[in-house]
Write a protein that binds this ligand. Structure first.
Ligand code: ADP
Ligand code: ADP
Length: 225
């Protein structure tokens, strides 16, 4: 539940300008999608938001405060990346509880939060399974639960459906949107799939060669000839 303002973000890889003055706003509780073809700068934008990459210019403000120099572990953001692998040697419940244990939450609090979040993402009963013993869709829901259990103020999702087959993709997509709306969490969502973007977003940033070519609601974008 936060207002995110990205202004004139620039990111250079050596002499290649990957982000050329990217500006975006997510109002509190909105899901904003970054849409565009491979290589247009979607992941770079998300990694700058997450704090995994340092931009060369521009600002990122959360509720009016700059976070550009705040390290990733202090940003209080949940991240679900396409290849954000689960720990294979840990059970589902331990994977989800990991961040809470690092932060020294009490055992009771951890149990309650893990139980609640597993119910939310519909994984109840799978506590003791290992990642290899559950489906791809279930694994991605574990990744989602692992992010949500920390009650982050912003959720970052980078092609979370990319490794799923078509049927699971629909299921996980609607689950993500449902949870995002119910919890009122602000989210950025990366995809190259236009139909997916139109279906789940409050706002869409259409990216092209490191720039935001259009920033509008799905309805406005859809009505354009
Ligand atoms: P997208 O997520 O839209 O596919 P990326 O943000 O991953 O795009 O990449 C944007 C551009 O920056 C691409 O041309 C990509 O090849 C380039 N790029 C990404 N990461 C690096 C890197 N670490 N070093 C050099 N170039 C990179
Ligand atoms: P995505 O499109 O999901 O961002 P990519 O397959 O483009 O993923 O990139 C995977 C990894 O390779 C990222 O860490 C990215 O930064 C890096 N990368 C992408 N393009 C380049 C490039 N041209 N040179 C060096 N690293 C790159």
């Amino acid at each position: 539940m936060a207002l995110i303002e990205v202004r004139n973000l620039r990111k250079q890889y050596h002499d290649f300008l990957a982000l050329d003055n990217v500006s975006l706003t997510a109002q509190s509780g909105q899901l904003v999608t970054l849409l565009g073809p491979s290589g247009c700068g979607k992941s770079t934008t998300l990694r700058c938001l997450a704090g995994f990459l340092e931009p060369n210019g521009g600002s990122i403000n959360v509720d009016g405060e700059s976070i550009v120099s705040v390290p990733p572990n202090r940003r209080d953001f949940g991240v679900v990346f396409q290849n954000y692998a689960l720990f294979p040697h840990m059970t589902v419940a331990d994977n989800i509880a990991y961040g809470l244990k690092l932060r020294k939450y009490s055992r009771g609090e951890i149990e309650t939060r893990v139980f609640d979040v597993m119910k939310l993402v519909r994984l109840t009963g799978l506590d003791d399974r290992y990642p290899r013993q559950i489906s791809g869709g279930q694994q991605q829901r574990v990744a989602l639960a692992r992010a949500l259990v920390l009650k982050p103020r912003l959720l970052l999702l980078d092609e979370p459906l990319a490794n799923l087959d078509a049927r699971l993709r629909d299921e996980v997509r609607w689950l993500i949107r449902d949870i995002q709306q119910q919890s009122g969490i602000t989210a950025f969502y990366v995809t190259h799939d236009q139909a997916e973007a139109m279906a789940i977003s409050d706002m869409v940033a259409v990216m092209k060669s490191g720039r935001v070519a259009q920033f509008a609601s799905p309805r406005e974008i859809y009505q354009k000839p």
